[in-house]
Design a protein around this ligand. Structure first.
Ligand code: ATP
Ligand code: MG
Length: 381
């Protein structure tokens, strides 16, 4: 008898002929997550398994964050041939439990002498006889004993829900515009969850924004990195561009022009990284630069698609999501973002393109972008 972690995957199950490709990716991502704890990870017959790690709780915490994993179950493995012994082990695992239970058998070994209903009935009877205080309830049991008959027999009671989604790397690559706010880490998480590998681009305006503000963004990147399998952050110096915009452009257009510059620079970095899209945490109407007209004006300066997964979310919904993924507390630390300095009193909510272009014509776009890109700092989180 051995203890191990049984890992169940979710949506990959729906894949047809290319399921092996997704499973190989999932196996790699789980191996990367488990590596610091030692042990072996393998894939067999629609399940992944982990055994021999130095710290099982830490292992569970890491694996539940891997996209593509639906749930993890601390399990016991034993030879399937002696069904009586499997039942005895099941009863042992249920010892001390009270209330109601149900046995749920899955038999992927179709040559096993007992079929699933027979396993349920016999094992249920055995547990009933051996563990006083337990009753059967097949509709709403307090405890569910899972028994899977595969190469061997696997038993587990506890099912710990995991992140879900698709393995990172199976959905291409995108560049996330990452601020220190609440929204953009959530936006990045949602896209990475669909299997997209991320890199992040952060704009900072030292000394108007502090070193601590930058550290906060890197802290957010580290939190995301646990699910994203590492996150490379491009930190772009933005002070000169902001000062020039402030000095030369129409006051009510400065925020929008600044956002257009962010998009242009992020696109350059994205293309150099082989990314196919940009991601932002914008949602319609949240602030003046996020009206539909303003969003159209920011889209205009890039050729890559811009994905905004929060576009229809209320702030309160975004906050709930941020709490769930563990970024909210860090996002709330009170350090300024480059968006919040130099904000005009009355930013244009219905910007006109000719006015934007008139202001932008006063700037040496190529020189400003080149200078910023040249001084980018790359940090692996
Ligand atoms: P959050 O900052 O959490 O995204 P917000 O309401 O502050 O929310 P804005 O400041 O208007 O949003 O920014 C909109 C989007 O622009 C952000 O979601 C982010 O994708 C991008 N962005 C804003 N500031 C920066 C920055 N300093 N570096 C990189 N991207 C940024
Ligand atoms: Mg922000």
């Amino acid at each position: 008898m051995e203890n191990l972690l049984l890992i169940r995957y979710g949506e990959i199950y729906l894949k047809g002929l290319n399921r092996p490709y997704f499973l190989r990716a999932l196996l790699s991502r789980v191996r990367e997550a488990v590596r610091p704890l030692g042990g072996q990870v393998w894939l067999r017959d629609a399940r992944l398994f982990v055994q021999g790690v130095s710290d099982m709780d830490a292992c569970i915490e890491r694996v539940t964050k891997v996209f593509g994993v639906h749930s993890v179950c601390p399990a016991v493995r034993l030879p399937k041939e002696d069904f009586e012994a499997v039942c005895a082990q099941a009863a042992e695992m249920m010892k001390g439990m009270t209330g109601t239970f149900k046995v749920e058998a899955r038999r992927s070994d179709k040559r096993y002498p007992l079929d699933s209903p027979e396993i349920n009935a016999k094992m249920g009877g055995y547990i009933l006889r051996s563990v006083p205080g337990l009753r059967v309830d097949v509709h709403q049991p307090d405890h569910l004993l899972n028994v899977e008959i595969r190469d061997e027999a696997y038993l587990y009671v506890k099912v710990i829900p995991a992140a879900g989604g698709m393995p990172v790397g199976t959905g291409g690559k995108a560049a996330l515009l990452l601020s220190g706010g609440i929204d953009s880490p959530v936006a990045g998480y949602m896209i990475a969850k669909r299997g997209v590998e991320l890199c992040a681009v952060h704009f900072y305006s030292y000394p108007y924004t502090s070193e601590r503000a930058k550290e906060k963004v890197l802290d957010l990147a580290r939190i995301l990195s646990a699910s994203c399998c590492g996150l490379k952050v491009y930190v772009v110096p933005f002070t000169d561009i902001q000062l020039k915009i402030h000095e030369k452009c129409a006051d009510d257009y400065t925020t929008l022009i600044m956002r257009r510059y962010m998009m242009r620079i992020a696109e350059r970095i994205a293309k150099a990284e082989g990314a196919e899209a940009l991601i932002t945490g914008e949602s319609i109407g949240q602030v003046a630069s996020q009206t539909m007209t303003a969003l159209q004006m920011t889209n205009m300066v890039v050729s890559l698609p811009v994905y905004r997964p929060l576009i229809g979310f209320d702030k309160i919904e975004i906050i709930r999501y941020a709490e769930k993924i563990g970024t909210y507390e860090t996002s709330c630390l009170p350090y300024e973002d480059c968006c919040t300095i130099f904000t005009p009193k009355h930013p244009a909510t219905h910007p006109k393109l000719d006015k934007i272009l008139e202001s932008e014509a006063r700037l040496d776009e190529e020189a400003l972008i080149e200078e910023a890109v040249k001084n980018v700092e790359i940090i692996q989180c």
